[in-house]
Ligand binder design. Structure first.
Ligand SMILES: Cc1cc2nc3c(=O)[nH]c(=O)nc-3n(C[C@H](O)[C@H](O)[C@H](O)COP(=O)(O)OP(=O)(O)OC[C@H]3O[C@@H](n4cnc5c(N)ncnc54)[C@H](O)[C@@H]3O)c2cc1C
Length: 512
């Protein structure tokens, strides 16, 4: 199929997998360096009716980059920085999709632009920027800075037949009954709702939505992104991370409820300091980290947890000038709630804060290590990752539901994540076929409950192949129909991202 495309060979085994530990298959692979090459590859695939799975760095944990036959279009050689500029108090970086998140800092330094960062980046910094956008990743800083999609102000993308389109935020918006796409095709949709609180991707379409936000989270099913223009945030003058340990969860929840209003009101004497991240470590997460010490190199930076600590809350502060008063207020509130110095770790500056990053990153990493171990005895099982998000006032209810579910079933599980948004990651780690079946049912019952509260079944980490059934089962059918119509308009032969997101096998809906 042309020089750009190579037939599958064993040396490409790694491209059959991602961090979900799923394994797929494919017949051919390509590594374009430029948009024109990618366009030619897509044209050839469309001509021969070959499905295409796009790949970033394959760090996704839902199998979205795992190929389901056909061709693998890999972005690892499309990793160049195309432009860096500073305008109106922000820096902009235009890059090819294969650029790693960790390479952004380096690129800015090289160009002599300092003091900016991609504040919403996921904790997995080896992820490629195109992959992160395509599954709309977000990191702990998402509380203040939003998700990757929010930082994207322009993209270039290719349609399956290789046509290139360049769009900027604000240029292509959905109206009540659809959108006129770049190139002139009309995607006719039905009764788009007003904006909801979870809003990205083809299943979250609403009136006034930007096409850039519909492509964020589209997981390689609507087009191949060849360029992204990202808005970077100025570095805060001061950042503090504080990890508060608690002997009991109830104390943590009360402390949390006390500090959450500060996100709106600000600190009493804290100037412009803001809460940038609030992350929860349930006792199951602290235990998992302890278990993983010795296996995960980065955990060497993380001291032993205080004796008697049951759970922990990480709070990050950012200030354009001085955060010390805000920090003082937080520490005082902790003391008033019975907290002690031994139960507080505080740090500032990138080196000191590295331990917090290592700790946060270690949880999904340790989960994967445990899953690998379990799969040695039972290869048919996998992790069940729940990224459910409930309305924030339901936090206590959902946390109690997760804990009861784990206790009642005895399934090992780990709870951590974005507690300020009632968006907790609950990873179920079944050990055999029987508990795997129970874990699937448990996740399903939780998703049903959270969605009945007005929440969503997939708030982060993508949907891919792993969470597809769970996600679709609990998504409004009208949203699914509109997503399918948009897909049909953008990928009429249904070749892109086989097996991701949508109902049916990748070919079933082409005839609808
Ligand atoms: C230890 C660990 C920690 C993690 N922490 C986080 C976290 O904090 N937050 C979070 O959200 N996720 C997290 N993840 C999951 C994952 O790292 C992110 O979702 C990441 O953004 C995926 O990027 P990637 O380049 O690896 O994409 P891939 O896994 O390669 O691909 C993801 C999707 O993007 C599509 N895609 C890739 N490139 C393109 C393109 N150019 N055009 C169109 N579609 C494309 C693929 O087809 C696929 O559907 C974590 C994973 C691990 C292993």
């Amino acid at each position: 199929m042309g020089e750009l495309i190579t037939a599958y060979d064993e040396k490409y085994m790694a491209y059959r997998r991602d961090e979900s530990r799923m394994e797929g298959a494919f017949e051919s692979i390509s590594f374009p360096e430029k948009e024109e090459e990618a366009a030619e590859i897509l044209r050839l695939c469309t001509e021969k009716n070959v499905p295409v799975t796009m790949q970033g760095a394959r760090t996704g944990i839902c199998g979205a980059a795992v190929p389901a036959g056909g061709h693998v279009l890999c972005t690892e050689k499309m990793n160049k920085v195309l432009k860096v500029s500073e305008e109106d108090g922000a820096a902009y970086l235009t890059a090819q999709p294969g650029l790693r998140i960790s390479e952004i800092r380096e690129a800015l330094g090289r160009e002599g632009i300092r003091g900016y960062r991609l504040a919403c980046a996921p904790t997995e910094e080896t992820a490629a920027i195109g992959g992160a956008y395509a599954c709309n990743a977000k990191g702990p800083g998402g509380l203040l800075h939003g998700d990757i999609g929010d930082s994207v102000c322009g993209i270039r993308f290719l349609s399956p037949d290789g046509r290139a389109f360049s769009i900027r935020r604000g240029e292509y918006l959905f109206d009540g009954d659809g959108i006129t796409l770049p190139g002139g095709t009309r995607a006719a949709l039905v009764d788009l709702p007003e904006k909801a609180w979870f809003t990205k991707g083809p299943f979250g379409l609403y009136r006034g939505m930007d096409l850039i936000d519909a492509l964020a989270g589209s997981e390689g099913t609507l087009g191949f992104v060849t360029e992204l223009r990202l808005r970077l945030e100025p570095e805060a003058a001061e950042r503090w991370g504080v990890l508060f340990f608690f002997p009991e969860e109830e104390e943590l929840l009360q402390f949390l409820e006390g500090i959450l209003p500060l996100r709106e009101t600000g600190f009493e004497d804290g100037g412009n300091a803001k809460i940038a991240a609030v992350e929860f470590y349930h006792r199951t997460a602290l235990l998992l980290i302890d278990e993983a010490r010795g296996q995960i190199e980065a955990l060497r930076r993380v001291p032993d947890f205080p004796v008697g600590a049951d759970c922990a809350l990480y709070v990050e502060l950012e200030a354009a000038d001085d955060a010390s008063d805000a920090l003082g207020e937080l520490l005082m509130r902790f003391e008033e709630a019975g907290g002690t110095e031994e139960f507080t770790w505080a740090g500032t500056g990138s080196q000191e804060m590295e331990k917090f990053v290592s700790m946060r990153h270690a949880v999904p990493e340790a989960v994967n290590t445990r899953v690998d171990r379990n799969r040695l005895a039972a290869p048919e099982i996998c992790k069940i990752g729940c990224d459910l998000q409930a309305p924030v006032q339901k936090l206590r209810e959902v946390l109690a539901m997760y804990e009861k579910g784990l206790a009642d079933t005895g399934i090992p599980g780990v709870i951590f994540g974005h507690i300020a948004e009632a968006h907790l990651h609950v990873n179920l780690l079944p050990e055999n076929t029987e508990t795997f079946g129970k874990a699937v049912d448990l996740a399903d019952s939780w998703a049903e409950k959270v969605c009945s509260m007005g929440g969503t079944a997939a708030a982060e980490n993508g949907v891919g192949k792993r969470k597809r059934i769970l996600f679709l089962t609990h998504t409004d059918p009208q949203r699914i129909r509109n997503a399918q119509k948009l897909k049909k308009a953008m990928d009429p032969m249904n070749l892109l991202g086989p097996g991701n997101l949508y109902p049916g096998s990748h070919r079933e809906e082409t005839d609808n």
